[in-house]
Design a protein around this ligand. Structure first.
Ligand code: SF4
Length: 377
């Protein structure tokens, strides 16, 4: 199983918290679509024997593309790769782009999953984040989308300054009222060089608070689990049959090809990343060159990534896989490092698998970093 990720590096405006790669100038949108199609052609030999099971349009804001542009990129995937019979094809979309006409056109295209960047149903949160949509657009677009798409995910952000538990619970309940089968939810993080970081520094906005974020996470988990969602990854909740195939493949170390500026790729041994600059990307692709750097992962890097992604998911970390893939010394090291957290009931072992407990789930990244190997090659 393998996937293709396509990065659409444009947004209408910059959200205050965001440090993803995008440009707000759309002048080169047509040239970018042509370049993405050309990169797909140039890299087809990397996926010789692979069957593509997922295609994911991320960004940036993929919904700024016309449906014909999206279709043309999907055509290039089909022209150059072996694609499974019923691939999952996801489009990240923002509410302000999802008019009824656009939703209907997308429903007729091969796109079969929408991931909508709602973030909050409250005007004050959306303003603080500088989202391009307002609260009524957030609600209307989900209502419209559910009439044409069955497989819908929405993003919600918690731990927003001044968002109390009640407002957060209201956001979750509102999301559930639409009957959607998947929710991705992240704590607001303050990335350096963002507008949010500078507002906090100047005292214009309250800083985020880990304890508030943790309380919101437990409200989220409990509410969604009671509503029949499974928390299959720390930030992802799905009804049975609706887990994101794209993300699951990524967490299970499957191969993926990342197309477009700043996109990352993984072939099982090497990780690659494309240049995160639109003009430089366009110039390189025009010359038939791949603007990509790669690194070969060491055994230790691969072990660390496995522990990091495994502890964030319901599949956990297989101790026998650690021994067989990385060596018995890695298994012993992982167990030794896990001992304190097992005692504190932040981790537990089920059969052969190391997992976070409910209490430890929110702390998964920190627990994983305690299991990281540093000095062995
Ligand atoms: S729409 Fe998404 S990618 Fe674009 S600035 Fe906002 S959060 Fe970042």
């Amino acid at each position: 199983m393998s996937g293709i990720y396509i990065h659409i590096p444009f947004c209408k405006q910059a959200c205050h918290y965001c440090d993803f790669h995008f440009s707000t100038s759309m002048g080169k949108k047509g040239a970018m679509v042509a370049a993405l199609r050309k990169e797909l052609r140039l890299r087809k030999d990397e996926f010789n024997d692979e069957v593509v099971e997922t295609i994911y349009f991320g960004g940036g804001t993929p919904s700024v593309l016309e449906t014909e542009e999206i279709q043309s990129i999907i055509d290039s995937v089909y022209d150059n790769y072996k694609v499974a019979g019923d691939p999952e094809i996801t489009l990240e979309a923002n509410p302000d782009d999802l008019s009824t006409g656009k939703i209907m056109a997308l429903a007729k295209s091969p796109v079969n999953r929408l991931s909508i960047g709602i973030q909050s149903f409250f005007e004050e949160d959306l303003k603080l984040m500088n989202r391009a949509h307002n609260a009524s657009e957030a609600e209307n677009c989900i209502r419209e989308a559910t009439a044409y798409f069955d497989n819908i995910s929405i993003d919600l952000i918690y731990g927003v300054p001044d968002m109390d538990n009640e407002r957060w619970k209201h956001n979750i309940d509102k999301a559930l009222s639409f009957g959607i089968p998947h929710i991705s939810s992240y704590a607001l993080t303050v990335e350096p060089q963002t507008a949010l970081a500078s507002f906090i520094k100047k005292g214009l906005v309250k800083n985020v608070d880990d304890e508030v974020a943790q309380a919101h996470f437990y409200i989220l988990s409990e509410t969604l689990e009671a509503a029949g969602f499974e928390s299959y990854e720390i930030s992802n909740f799905g009804k049975p049959g609706y887990f994101s195939k794209n993300n699951t493949a990524y967490w299970q170390q499957k191969k993926y090809l990342g197309i477009g500026p700043s996109a990352h790729s993984y072939d099982g041994v090497r990780r690659g990343w494309n240049i995160n600059n639109n003009p430089k990307y366009l110039r390189a692709i025009e010359k038939g060159e791949l603007p990509m750097e790669t690194e070969t992962l060491s055994v230790t890097d691969t072990y660390n990534e496995y522990v990091m992604t495994g502890l964030r998911t319901i599949w956990g970390v297989s101790l026998s896989r650690i021994a067989s893939d990385f060596g018995e010394n890695y298994r012993e090291y992982a167990l030794m490092q896990a001992e304190k957290h097992l005692r504190d009931e932040l981790l537990h072992i089920a059969g052969d698998t190391l997992l976070t407990t409910k209490k430890g789930r929110f702390l998964a990244d920190g627990l994983a970093s305690d299991l990281f190997m540093v000095n062995l090659g």
